[in-house]
Design a protein around this ligand. Structure first.
Ligand SMILES: C[S@@+](CC[C@H](N)C(=O)[O-])C[C@H]1O[C@@H](n2cnc3c(N)ncnc32)[C@H](O)[C@@H]1O
Length: 341
């Protein structure tokens, strides 16, 4: 997964093809509607002060950054700096192009980082970043989990079970897994949470992604795990086709992330689904304020995509972490499922 997505010359996120958006392989929430970024901006406004900054990870083609900066400028609450940490040189260029085209007068507040900052203070945002971090695939066999590696035999890639049981610690609910049950564990995402804590002096972290708590993640019926591939808006579960040309992702086990975050020192400020987060932040206000009927209909359609359970509303979750900052966040006014993590 690491090589297929990130190898310098042929990795999916390093290639020159358009990956995100209607012409790419998948659409993210900011691509769906500006109201997603505007709502996130409202959440940022609640905690930002004059000296704090925003740091966005994996900023895609820069649409979310543009929405947040635009709305914060409108609300007279711009951060001191909007940092972006992006691994792909091609996406960095796309981000610069998008932001400077829409907001030429504000592009100067954006600064691209190549590594984690030393003592960041402000709001960290990662939308659909954890799911893109390379995960390990595990299979239950003979009462234990084994890692599934990738082998190359007879001219093709195939899954191959490690001889020794998986040595990493996996937190599992008390369920009986069937022989051959598959799941994923994202050790890289867990290590990332730890290094994020170290990189921050204080502030808030907003993680938005598709995923669920541990009980749902390791549900007996989810016997094939959560690994999915996206190519040209079509989903498949075969990572061995279109290598370097298709996205490979796994859903986020938010209980794992929350546990590691707490071990590192973070406090959990809230966990809920995307629909409730956006509604708590008043996404429908934008609809009510729109006078133009045609535009209103368009916005209503976009809101539906973001909040309906059949679209992104329930499968996407928001987890908020804080370091040395205790505040009741507006985004969790309607729902807080922290107790279910
Ligand atoms: C699915 S895209 C998300 C795009 C964007 N956030 C959006 O909402 O449209 C995943 C992004 O995460 C980035 N990424 C993955 N691991 C990362 C890491 N450790 N640090 C920063 N970015 C990372 C990838 O390079 C890619 O740009």
């Amino acid at each position: 997964m690491n090589l297929a997505l990130y190898s310098p010359n042929n990795g999916y996120y390093r290639s020159n093809a358009i990956v995100i958006g209607r012409q790419g392989d998948f659409i993210t929430a900011p691509e769906m509607s500006d109201l997603f970024g505007y709502s996130l901006a409202r959440q940022c406004k609640q905690v930002l002060n004059k000296s704090s900054c925003i740091l966005e990870f994996g900023a895609g083609n820069g649409v979310l950054a543009t929405q947040i900066i635009f709305e914060l400028a409108r609300l007279n609450s711009l951060p001191k700096k909007y940092y972006i940490l992006e691994l792909s040189a091609k996406l960095k260029q796309q981000q610069y192009d998008t932001i400077s085209k829409v907001l030429p007068e504000l592009v100067d507040i954006v600064e691209w980082l190549s590594e984690l900052p030393k003592s960041f203070s402000g709001v960290v945002i990662a939308n659909e970043v954890l799911d893109a971090m390379p995960a390990k695939r595990l299979m239950f066999s003979d009462g234990r989990f084994f890692e599934l590696g990738v082998d190359y035999k007879d001219g093709q890639f195939q899954w191959s079970l490690f001889d020794e049981p998986f040595s990493g610690s996996i937190k599992i609910p008390t369920v009986n897994f069937i022989e051959g049950y598959k799941t994923e564990i994202n050790l890289q995402a867990l290590a990332w949470i730890e290094s994020l804590y170290e990189a921050m002096s204080d502030g808030l972290v907003l993680l938005v992604d598709y995923g669920m708590n541990r009980v749902e993640y390791l549900h007996p019926q989810r016997s094939e795990g959560t690994l999915r591939c996206y190519y040209n808006h079509k989903a498949s579960d075969d990572p061995f086709e279109n290598i370097g040309k298709q996205d490979i992702t796994t859903s986020v086990n938010f209980s794992d992330i929350a546990d590691r975050a707490c071990d590192a020192g973070f406090e959990i400020l809230g966990y809920c689904n995307q629909a409730m987060f956006l509604l708590s932040l008043g996404i429908e206000d934008y609809l009510l304020q729109e006078q133009d009927v045609a535009k209103r209909i368009q916005l209503a359609q976009q809101i539906k995509q973001l909040i309906l359970p059949s679209a992104m509303g329930e499968s996407f979750k928001v987890l908020a972490l804080s370091k040395k900052q205790t505040v009741k966040l507006d985004g969790f006014r309607e729902q807080d499922l922290t107790g279910k993590l």
